[in-house]
Design a protein around this ligand. Structure first.
Ligand SMILES: Nc1nc2c(ncn2[C@@H]2O[C@H](COP(=O)(O)OP(=O)(O)OP(=O)(O)O)[C@@H](O)[C@H]2O)c(=O)[nH]1
Ligand SMILES: [Mg+2]
Length: 292
């Protein structure tokens, strides 16, 4: 049996969270067409008869740091890499390479664990959209490479096989402790508390229905979760940084916020197999990005 920690890294939007969901065969991390969807490193436990792996989905490494949030995000990745037994770098071969990849590689060079290069989105990388030649010269910096589609679950098993193959045969006490703690959680597949999970689902739906720049200005806070027997009552706030954003999030006659709330509720009901009442409001806090 092998036990270890694996960090998934890459620039924003390469499909890291989608890949984690495919590996786990269920949704554990939110995804969206917009870059910078994942804001915090998030660890999940994978286990089968070969061993147990703690996978960490990290936020995409940002090329140009423009605010406190992106600074925080970029600081988190080297921290996660320092703790890892194996690193998986995800590149999106349907897009040309850019300097963000170099930044990721720079960080990977500093650690001496085994490394796997994942070429993702092979389903989309056809014809002129195939930028494989942009990336393949990176191969000699990696122990193995694999082509996958996280979205279509193509070759994901091969990736997991490679990970087990390359994981060092050692029993790291810290990792064992972490695995034990996660195995005994009520929600064993996500390291986050329920409130954090709920807020992530709401944020995902907000991303889905609000395009362009608004998502970067929002945060979601779950204020109350009460089990009222017949249903679970959830009170949550979408926090945004300006009045004009608040108006856009609410939409004409409340259409947008209803759409966001409806879709979040549906998903929460599906995952909890319970009826959910979601009380969702929008508040303005000009300083939320600096807080916490
Ligand atoms: N066609 C295709 N699209 C994919 C694939 N994997 C991910 N995507 C899409 O790419 C977008 C980004 O996916 P995410 O999983 O959120 O990407 P991420 O790397 O976690 O992004 P950040 O958290 O922002 O760093 C979403 O629209 C996904 O549906 C894939 O294999 N094929
Ligand atoms: Mg992500």
């Amino acid at each position: 049996m092998k036990y270890g920690k694996v960090a998934i890294v890459g620039r924003p939007n390469t499909g890291k969270s989608t890949l984690i969901n495919a590996i786990m065969n269920q949704k554990v991390s939110i995804t969206s067409p917009l870059p910078q969807t994942t804001r915090r490193a998030q660890t999940v436990l994978f286990s089968d008869d070969r061993g147990k792996i703690l996978f960490t989905d990290t936020p995409g490494l940002i090329g140009k740091v423009v605010d406190l949030m992106s600074k925080r995000v970029n600081e988190e990745i080297p921290r996660e890499l320092a703790k890892t037994d194996l690193a998986v770098a995800v590149v999106d071969i349907s897009r040309p390479k850019n300097e963000e990849e170099n930044k990721v590689l720079g960080l990977l060079r500093k650690i001496n664990t085994k490394k796997i290069l994942v070429y993702n989105k092979i389903d989309q990388a056809v014809g002129p959209a195939n930028h494989f030649p942009d990336y393949n010269y990176l191969e000699d910096e990696f122990d193995k490479t694999v082509m996958v589609s996280g979205l279509k679950s193509k070759n994901v098993k091969t990736l997991v096989n490679l990970i087990f193959e390359l994981l060092p045969q050692k029993e790291n006490r810290g990792v064992m402790k972490e695995i034990e703690a996660m195995s005994s959680e009520v929600r064993p597949l996500t390291a986050m508390g329920a409130r954090e999970y709920i807020s992530e689902i709401i944020r995902e739906k907000a991303y889905l229905f609000l395009r362009e720049e608004i998502p970067y200005t929002i945060n979601v806070k779950v204020k109350e979760v009460v089990d009222k027997k017949k249903l679970i009552y959830i009170k949550a706030e979408i926090i945004t940084s300006a009045d004009r954003y608040k108006k856009m999030i609410i939409g004409t006659g409340g259409k947008k916020i209803r759409e966001i709330g409806y879709n979040a509720r549906k998903e929460l009901e599906l995952m909890s197999a319970r009826k959910v009442f979601l009380d969702l409001t929008v508040v303005v806090d000009t300083h939320w990005m600096e807080g916490e």
